[in-house]
Design a protein around this ligand. Structure first.
Ligand code: RIB
Ligand code: CA
Length: 309
């Protein structure tokens, strides 16, 4: 089976952590780099968290580099009510054995693209990708597939209109969506179909491995956040949907669309307008429509169980 070369662009983030652990252990893909961005928490924290996760996975071969510290326009806040003060549920961690790669994260992206066929999983704000396009015009045509977690058709999360990754840097999202690369977008209306429950947290904890214990421990405060916000502890696996698309392209039903991002608007800044009319069915931009959550959960359990201490 030919493995897909993958770069992960991320703002860990608890759901980012699960997505990255899934990617690093799955035989269908070969993660050749992790680049972090300011998002759930500031860049220095997302970079430290990415090092923690890659070290937890034992993948000392994967470079972790820091990308952009601020969005293209309006700065982001410092803390995350969703992911905890440190961005990973505020557990105790030793200093990770994975060092921060000294290369500029956006330049690492460009190097990896030039080295050969590459798919990109973008699961944070799209600042790094926008700067990549600005510094390297035309590079979008050399990326095989860009899978993004972001946007929403009907209801946002950070505001009633906007999903966080797009809201955090709508100018960057507009640049990215207007480029020529093949995009598959996993919006909230798809990702809310994929969630873990307390049985899954108990399963991970019962694996008897550090990955299992830490995954369950990170997900606990995330479940408490979900309970406060949504009235139940089902933890939504937003970012894992972008990885899942590359593991099994048949698992998520998709459709071609035309996509626009609102960058103005008092109430609508960061909103995504997804035009699903049939005339766009063959467009280079597609959105995830539906996914079987039980099938996803059993795959995630199987893959995380493959880690050994
Ligand atoms: O709206 C969900 C997205 O925002 C996910 O990527 C999550 O990690 C947060 O960054
Ligand atoms: Ca994220």
């Amino acid at each position: 089976m030919a493995r897909t070369r993958v770069l992960i662009d991320t703002d860990p983030g608890v759901d980012d952590a699960v997505a990255i652990l899934l990617a690093l252990v799955s035989p269908e893909i070969d993660v050749v780099g992790v680049v972090t961005v300011n998002g759930n928490v500031p860049l220095e924290k997302t970079a430290l968290n990415a090092r923690r996760i890659v070290a937890l996975a034992g993948r000392y071969d994967v470079p972790v580099a820091a990308g952009c510290a601020q969005p293209l326009s309006e700065p982001l806040g410092e803390d995350s009510v969703v992911h905890g003060h440190d961005g990973l549920g505020d557990l105790q961690w030793d200093e990770p054995a994975v060092a921060l790669d000294p290369r500029d994260g956006v330049e690492l992206m460009a190097e990896l693209i030039e080295e050969g066929p590459l798919s990109i999983v973008a699961i944070g704000p799209l600042t790094n990708l926008a700067v990549l396009l600005q510094r390297h015009p035309g590079i979008d045509k050399r990326v095989e597939h860009l899978v993004i977690m972001g946007g929403a058709s009907f209801q946002g999360n950070v505001t009633p209109a906007a999903e966080f990754n797009i809201w955090a840097d709508p100018e960057a999202a507009r640049v990215v969506f207007d480029a020529a690369w093949r995009i598959t977008l996993m919006p909230l209306d798809l990702t809310h179909q994929a969630f873990l429950n307390d049985d899954d947290l108990a399963y991970f904890n019962g694996l008897g491995t550090e990955v299992g214990r830490r995954t369950a421990a990170m997900l606990e405060p995330y479940a408490q956040f979900h309970d406060r916000w949504y009235g139940n502890r089902d933890v939504i696996m937003h970012d894992a949907m972008a990885v899942y698309e590359l593991l099994d392209p048949r698992a998520i039903e998709k459709q071609g669309v035309r996509l626009a991002v609102e960058v103005e608007g008092v109430h609508s800044r960061g909103a995504t307008f997804i035009d699903r009319r049939r005339e766009h069915a063959r467009n280079h931009v597609r959105v995830g429509v539906s996914v079987d959550n039980d099938r996803f959960r059993s795959l995630l359990r199987e893959r995380l169980a493959a880690y050994r201490d």
